[in-house]
Design a protein around this ligand. Sequence first.
Ligand code: C2E
Ligand code: MG
Ligand code: MG
Length: 725
Amino acid sequence: MSRNEQNILIVDDDPVVLKSLKDLLATRGLTADTAIGGREAIACLDQKDYDLVLLDLQMPYVNGHDVMRHIHQQDMNLSVIIVSGETSFEAARDACSQGAYDFLRKPYATDELMITVNNALNEKRLEKHNKLIQSQLRESERLHRYLVNTSPDIIYILDKDGHFTFINDRIETLLGYDSKELVGKHYSILVHQNDMEIARYVFNERRVGDRASRNVELRLKCKDDSSQRFFDTRTLPIELSSMGIYQNEDNPKKKTYLGTYGVARDITERKIAEDTINFQAYHDLLTNLPNRALLQDRLSLAITQAKREDEMLAVMFLDLDRFKNINDSLGHVVGDELLQQVSTRLKSCIREGDTLARFGGDEFTLLLPKIAKGKEDVSKIAEKINEVLKDPFDVDNNELYVSASIGIAIYPRDGTNMDSLIKHADIAMYNVKDTGKNNYRFYSTDMTTPYFQNLSLETGIHKALENDEFHLMYQPQINIKTGDIVGVEALLRWDHPEHGSITPAEFIPFAEETGMIVKIGHWVLRNACAQLKHWRDIGLPEIRMSINMSARQLAEKGIVKHISGLLKDYNLPGHCLEIEITENTIMSDMDSVIHKLKALSKKGVDIAIDDFGTGYSSLSYLHKLPIQTLKIDRAFIKEVNMKHTGNSIINTIVAMAKGLNLNVIAEGVETQQQLDYLVEIDCSEAQGYLFGKPLTADIITQLLMQEPYAAPSSGSGLHSRHRTH
Ligand code: C2E
Ligand code: MG
Ligand code: MG
């Protein structure tokens, strides 16, 4: 603000004085307003802001003192110079005590007056400037305080001993402390016990600039006060950046360390995200169970510990039986939901400290560390697992039955490292699968390694077809009432030159997946038909040949033509051939399957539903299909031994089959007790080890020639029927 922007008012009751003062100021470049008398002066002062008033004291009506009082009362920020004819000391004193800047007597000395005026104006200008700066400072501080306190980060200053001298309000929402209560307290009261070391390093940061601590992660404690509702966690992960504060920063000699300034950012959200990502890396997303990576991690730890403590541990490999069927027939959504439900039930079987993992698909692995009693402990858990899976699962209104095949390997007996334990548990599991599923078994060295674990199956199967490594075995099917052999089921075997006999369970699922089953299936059909023709040609009793057919093969274009071609080639009547398909084959493409089955049926070929009861649980499709036989799955027959359960299912199937005028074959009959029960409920046919395992064609030939039939293994008095000569 320059001098001539300042406002001056001259007050006197004498117009001559007014004019002379105004002129005097004008000669020095100052403009001024004038007021005749006190009343006019007050009116001017009320209208405009003045910086300086030259004021006469003695005026009629409203004198100079009255004007001074008014200025005082109105708290006007201006300087007053008294220019008065009054000469008494008291007058001067009174004026000064009322706040006058100076007192000049009339007649005044021009120079003296101008010096006083200039001084007063300068002083006022400085005062105004100061005020402005102060208010700017206040404003700026207010802004900074606002910024600091509304910052999403905790901002603090520590003195050189680590005590808070400032901390922003954010601490309140984040940790539940009042920022004021922390001032004077040592930073360590906020730090999580385990992060004290790292905190010491950042909270004592003396460096500045690029070398100062950046983004160090540590945990702060929330105020231990249950009335705070802000937090559910008692610690808060933060990321801290800090730097030293110095006095005389620019002068190395005088520079002194004052403390540390720091910013702490709440990184809870990021930590949660990181935890989620970590979780996902080590868990199966469908079931939330640990995945292969985590199991391997835990297993290797458990092995180290078992070694050190001289303990045993067990690895259980668990595969759901026929899960693929459910997935194929009811879809992945149902399959996924079922896996979730299964994993929940499995979890209920394990002890604290055990790890249940999902290896993908329907494979689960269970790590049982510290098994004090060895096998006994493990058997209990395996039995419990089979038990909890027994009740049906309700998925999307489907009543689904699930069982599991469990293989077990024990450290150190069956392996001392991770790979061998997992592999041996796997082999044991395949042994269960091969021999009836729904059971558990401990690994033993005489178990054969499944072929596909060792060699490329695909090339192997190609070679097998070329080199004639396949052959068929035939398992007798018996009429329960008469004991006659009424049919045989052709079962495929692979004699591998190096791996010996490989069971269909080991390569058929793979052959189905790759489509090679079509070629294999053709081979089976032709050879079975050739064998049947041979038996007929040598005059053996007429029997039925059952041939398993996979969905993939039935889906082949021209399959019906192919089969009728074979019947012609081998001169066979249609009714001596029975095609076995599973429920899932039917469900895979119902319309096309029905169409093909009807065409086959027209040629006289019988259709049987294999493994009945294990697939899609709806029975409503049965009457739509041209079928003659239901083969009750071995799993149900197995239950008969256990008296209390299972029987009702067989009973129902047999009764239902009778109602639909269907033939029923009970599969996997192994004991007399089972047979007795089947007789009791009037089941028509049976197949199983009790009557004979799958046998070579030659042995079947001999059996068919004998009369009456004596099973080679059991010696029960069953006999063949209808000798043709
Ligand atoms: P499947 O058609 O249900 O055949 C019955 C299976 O049960 C056979 O196993 C048989 O050896 C076994 N078995 C029979 N009686 C008993 C018994 O009393 N106790 C026990 N524990 N098991 C018994 P295998 O020969 O290993 O065949 C397994 C599966 O492989 C067959 O089940 C069938 O689905 C499939 N398969 C076999 N041969 C062929 C084939 O030529 N083509 C197709 N597509 N699949 C085949
Ligand atoms: Mg079969
Ligand atoms: Mg079967």
